[in-house]
Design a protein around this ligand. Sequence first.
Ligand code: NOJ
Length: 730
Amino acid sequence: MDKKALENLLHDMSLEEKVMQLVQIPGSEYEADAEITGIERGQVKDDVKRLVGSTLGVWGSKSLKRIQEQYIKEHPHHIPLMFMLDVIHGHKTVFPCPLGQGATFDPEAVKKGAEVQAKEASADGVHATFSPMADLCRDARWGRIMESTGEDKLLNSRMAAAMVEGYQGDDLKDRNHIAACVKHFAAYGAGEGGRDYNNTELSEHTLREHYLRAYDEAIKKNPVMVMTSFNTINGIPATGNKFLMKKILRDEYGFKGVLISDWAAVGEMINHGFAEDQRDAALKAMEAGVDIDMCSGCYSGHLVELVKSGAVSEAAVDEAVLRVLNMKNDLGLFEDPFRGIDTETGAVVTAESRSLARKVAAESLVLLENKNKALPLKNGKTAFIGPFANTKRLQSSWAFSGEDENTVTVYEAAQEVYESDKIKVSEGSTIMDQDAVTARGKCHVDNWEEENEKLLKEAVEAAKWADTIVLCIGEDSTQTGEATSKASLKLADVQLNLLNEIKKTGKKLITLIFTGRPLELKEVAEVSDAMLVCWLPGTEGGHAVMDVLSGKVSPSGRVPASFPYTVGQEPLHYDIYPTGRPKPENGPSEYSSRYLDCENYALYPFGYGLSYTTFEFGDVKLSADKMTAKDKITVSAKIKNSGDVKGEVTPQLYIRDVAGSRVRPVRELLDFKRITLEPGAEEEVSFEINEEQLRFWTAEEKWASEPGKFFVWIANSSRDGKPAEFLLQM
Ligand code: NOJ
């Protein structure tokens, strides 16, 4: 439809019809099997259902075709309904959880993954996904760290941008693509104490320099939607926050797409103590520029009256509706309302999608320890023990459209690699302790104790039989994701008990950690010969794990979010601001900024990860020791594979602005790349630095660089390497 026709359509719509385009209701209102949390069915009146602009949580040609046919027939202007879904890290083919994708440091692969997800989702009738989540997260207590790509603004920026490109492609009408939604704007990851939905207090410079960066970079790729976050920022809920939504998002970033609230977030402004009632909440959300009210009922209940009373102008409603109609038009829905659902085939897992998911999952695995080259596995008898050894629960709580039957377990993959008399499997324990609390309630298992005693006994037998034990332990997928904040980052007691009992057999112990968040792993590391973080690796998780364990692939994943010694260090991140009393690396540290009982830094810091080979990093060289705003500096270092197998390494460029009108982080990631080196091979890696990359939010409240000294590293992690220095001159 051309622009004029769209405007004519808008002109022709009644006020009620227009308002309803700004309303989203759960798919469960149309479809009994929809994946929906926190709402009872049947709450939405029929006349609302007939007119709303979009719904979420339903997919698949059979249901959607029926819903769309009936909807278009009954709608006064036959405007198609839009279907949205949380396709977070996979639709049918499930990729590693986003934190795992962050660990790849491979935005290109992540983009290809998003392309696959878009193609599959689109084939099931989905028009838009609520992804990427660009929230910066520095606190492992927050369960949604699993949905982020980590603690670093640059890594998050590249990943979120790659996902938008992958989902949307060049043309949304192309049925292989869907609309992306950058969320949760803004600073949802900074909730106090790591508690979900909690308030955030952030200075403007930290907000702009760190928390807003990834949204900004993703929005530069023109996502169709942005979603508001649940939290308040400095006392004002994001969903009613004019500074964020109007000044930053619309004016500064130039975002022209659809702004949708998070689920019920418009109504939650009443709980926040920011709106008096639903009418007031609708008014405040409209004033902030929220186009679509997701499931709070405030717009559907009050917006017509707000316009009639003159509190909201009809022009403001028209602007918002036009954005929604434009979105439908860009998706081609007026000409192609049954896109994706006019065939019975639907989305299927293919050999190609599996192969990409396997590659991404293998790249995401982070080798944290490898004492005496315990890995790769040698020949001999191997027992795969633990609740993750043969489970298909390798997806997260956000991968609900993926099917377990497509998932390859670790043990299934091991059977493809080893002769059957060389391997055994034993569950060892339940994943969770009795009565452990998950997002969906308490997990109580009848005969839990007897069951665990039996499982442990069998596991110890298997361990005694084996030469090597691959212990597969971790965090249940229901304890990570939304509403799963935790005050402890330890593994379940029942699993730690299994670890200790297995260790007593004295066999070589390879520990695999399946998790959606950094955990406290010091004690686990001490008793393990090797330790590999596997995240929630998705459909091809088992194959990817075996590719690495067998040595077919050398591990190359990097820590995307600091693993603490203890939860007491949280929030924890490498790019801290320096203090007046930094703790000396060596020598007396009394009266310095430190913990008496723990290091300041992480057990496994951002950017860290081992390989089966070793890499030597040469001195950092600069093309000049001074630069101005007009030129660039080239920073380079030689990197050598000094081991005896091929491997991939991720040199990371870090910077420190030595003195600024506002203090600057002790290190900041400025760039990175992945390179592959054959044994003995050496390569010079170089990065360019320009003045723009040195800018920050200065004491004058503007983006600028300041002249002076900078340190620069090319390092193997955020705590590695020797810096060189240069001057920025104006
Ligand atoms: C709430 C979550 O915060 C958001 O990430 C998600 O996209 C919506 N629900 C829709 O399911």
